[in-house]
Design a protein around this ligand. Structure first.
Ligand code: IMP
Ligand code: MG
Length: 180
């Protein structure tokens, strides 16, 4: 349970209903684009699992799901550029239609690293789906194929996204208020 003092720091920004609607729309778009194919969804832990869990329930194409976890070294709210695979896929990628699913595209360092690694394994296609995109923060070029919402340069939590491992359970997306 989140206590009141913690919740008071979170300012709701994208409602649970808006999130639900947008996730369904994304799933419909993905289902159309991949009609007749089977997709390997690669969820990035831990941020993406809530989004991925809702997304797959609206997909009408056959899917397989696997996960990767990467660690980036930096401060609590920023990645510095050093990225390492902590948990790799168990599935083979060669010749498959792969869709990477992530909660937030920020500097792009994490995703550019993952994309580079996965490309070496020769997928048939490789696309990227992010729930939130913060283009103002980009440091390396990463172009997502599916974006839920474009958000400003603020730290957000909820629907899988955390601040120091908290707030993942919120059904909406909120900003963290800076401590005064
Ligand atoms: P990047 O490598 O800078 O693009 O960082 C992306 C990762 O940092 C994502 O996987 C997120 O989990 C995390 N991240 C970036 N911005 C936020 C945020 O506002 N809230 C929570 N996590 C974030
Ligand atoms: Mg993450």
């Amino acid at each position: 349970m989140i206590n009141k003092a913690q919740l008071n720091k979170v300012k709701p920004f994208i409602s649970a209903q808006q999130v639900r609607r947008r996730v369904k729309e994304l799933a419909e778009e993905i289902s159309q684009d991949y009609a007749g194919k089977e997709v390997l969804l690669v969820g990035l832990l831990k941020g993406a699992w809530v989004f991925l869990a809702d997304l797959i329930r609206h997909l009408t194409v056959p899917v397989q799901v696997d996960f990767m976890s990467v660690a980036s070294y930096g401060s609590r709210t920023e990645s510095k550029g050093a990225v390492k695979i902590e948990l790799d896929l168990r599935s083979g990628v060669r010749g498959r239609d792969v869709l990477v699913v992530e909660d937030i595209l920020d500097s792009g360092l994490t995703l550019s690293f993952i994309i580079r690694r996965l490309k070496r394994r020769k997928p048939k296609s490789l696309k990227l789906c992010v729930l939130l995109d913060k283009p103002a923060r980009r440091r390396v070029l990463v172009k997502p194929d599916y974006v839920g919402f474009v958000v400003p340069n603020r730290f957000v939590v909820g629907y899988g996204a955390d601040f120091a491992e908290r707030f993942r359970q919120l059904p909406y997306i909120g900003y963290i208020e800076e401590e005064k």
